[in-house]
Design a protein. Structure first.
Length: 400
């Protein structure tokens, strides 16, 4: 086992503080598991979440890269959700409008299956695109030659592409040394480039006491200030950092800077919020365990969405599958599979009438309306519990 790291990966300060520990958590949240037993055998790792008192960065000091394997069974596509699609459409518009360039050369770093860069090119028929991802699967040239994919990392060797826009979504939180990624991007872009990064906002997680948003894959979590610090240290001038997706994500716009400037370190209220989280975690776990055990005694209880949030929640409060009957997901490749770790079955909304749930738990408030509509479509009249609403009161018992 690696010794825990003792310095902040962003500002290199040794003033770091442990605020959350969990032993033996599933290392992957989005791997497809074909049986409950296989799900139980998933690799396990340790969370030792630290906050940097100097810059506000949050990281898992016990993270071990060697446990990770983002292979073809890694499935985190969210394109089956209309609410998520509407959000991504907004991001496409913001990317093209913020840069103000038509017919741009666009690079996506860590493009996954290429969904986002395809949408960017669909919105600007003059644009050309390059998607970089070592795990990309599919045709290497599409859109009549306008879009090319390369199965490798984007770095200084890609400088000849002269990218006008570089986009990187939900990659940086998976990397233990995020500075190396930002420096690699800096070495490849031109002075005229616009760079956009999207990543979760750890202040939103801490302030809203979202215990299911700390999990192994996300070893590096940013505040608006610590993300700015990292980019400034890596040779960028930060234009803006916006809170998007109901405040859950940060959207950074930066430009390369030719001259050096003084970096600002601003931990804000993040260290205090993190220290409080230590108590919150134990309290929330107890309250939610009591809540779901009681709800399930009244009738079948299901949880909506088999993403990272549900995997974390189910493993925290129902690791032995006593109370949650099933996890519902609209993504066909997740249906008939099993949740990593706990092994809860994942089903389609159309399978709900066979279960007749009386309670549906919803972890992400951004999908409330969509879920209500899907339940109505299959004629399920269950009690919908929006957990973020209930969660605000977790310092006192949740009433049923
Ligand atoms: Zn720091």
């Amino acid at each position: 086992m690696n010794p825990d790291s003792t310095v902040c990966p962003v500002c290199h300060s040794t003033s770091i503080e442990l605020f959350l520990q969990r032993d033996s958590v599933p290392v992957h949240q989005n791997l497809l598991m074909r049986g409950a037993e296989e799900a139980g055998r998933i690799g396990r790792g340790r969370l030792a979440m630290h906050v940097c008192l100097h810059c506000g960065f949050v990281f898992n000091a016990a993270f071990d890269d060697r446990l990770m394997s983002y292979n073809q069974d890694y499935e985190n596509t969210q394109v089956h959700s209309p609410a998520f699609n509407a959000y991504v459409d907004q991001l496409v518009t913001m990317t093209l409008q913020n840069s103000g360039i038509q017919g741009a050369t666009i690079v996506e770093v860590g493009c996954g299956k290429g969904d986002f860069i395809k949408r960017l090119l669909a919105s600007d028929p003059q644009a050309r695109g390059y998607g970089f991802d070592p795990s990309y699967l599919g045709a290497e040239v599409i859109c009549d030659g306008r879009l090319k994919f390369e199965k490798r990392f984007y770095d200084a060797s890609c400088a000849s592409l002269k990218a006008d826009i570089v986009v990187c979504r939900h990659v940086i939180e998976h990397i233990t040394q995020p500075g190396l990624l930002v420096e690699a991007v800096r070495s490849a872009v031109t002075p005229a480039s616009h760079v956009f990064f999207e990543t979760p906002c750890v202040d939103w997680i801490l302030e809203n006491k979202v215990i299911w948003d700390f999990f192994y894959e996300h070893c590096s979590l940013f505040t608006s200030a610590s993300l700015t610090t990292l980019f400034e240290r890596s040779g960028f001038a930060v234009q803006s950092v916006e809170h998007v997706f109901g405040g859950q994500y940060l959207w950074l716009h930066a430009r390369p800077r030719e001259t050096s400037a003084e970096t600002i370190f601003n931990p804000g209220a993040t260290p205090e919020n993190a220290q409080r989280f230590h108590v919150v975690e134990a309290q929330c776990k107890q309250v939610w365990t009591e809540f779901i055990s009681e709800q399930s005694s009244q009738g079948p209880l299901v949880l909506w969405g088999a993403g990272a949030k549900a995997v974390t929640f189910a493993n925290l409060v129902d690791p032995e599958r006593k109370w949650i009957r099933a996890i519902v997901d609209v993504n066909p490749s997740k249906q008939e599979k099993f949740l990593p770790g706990s092994g809860h079955p994942i089903i389609a909304p159309e399978s709900l009438p066979a279960i007749k749930p009386t309670t549906v738990l919803v972890l992400n408030p951004n999908y409330n309306q969509e879920i209500a509509a899907r339940l109505a479509a299959v004629q399920i009249e269950a009690k919908i519990i929006n957990m973020m609403d209930e969660h605000r009161f977790t310092t006192t018992p949740i009433s049923s």
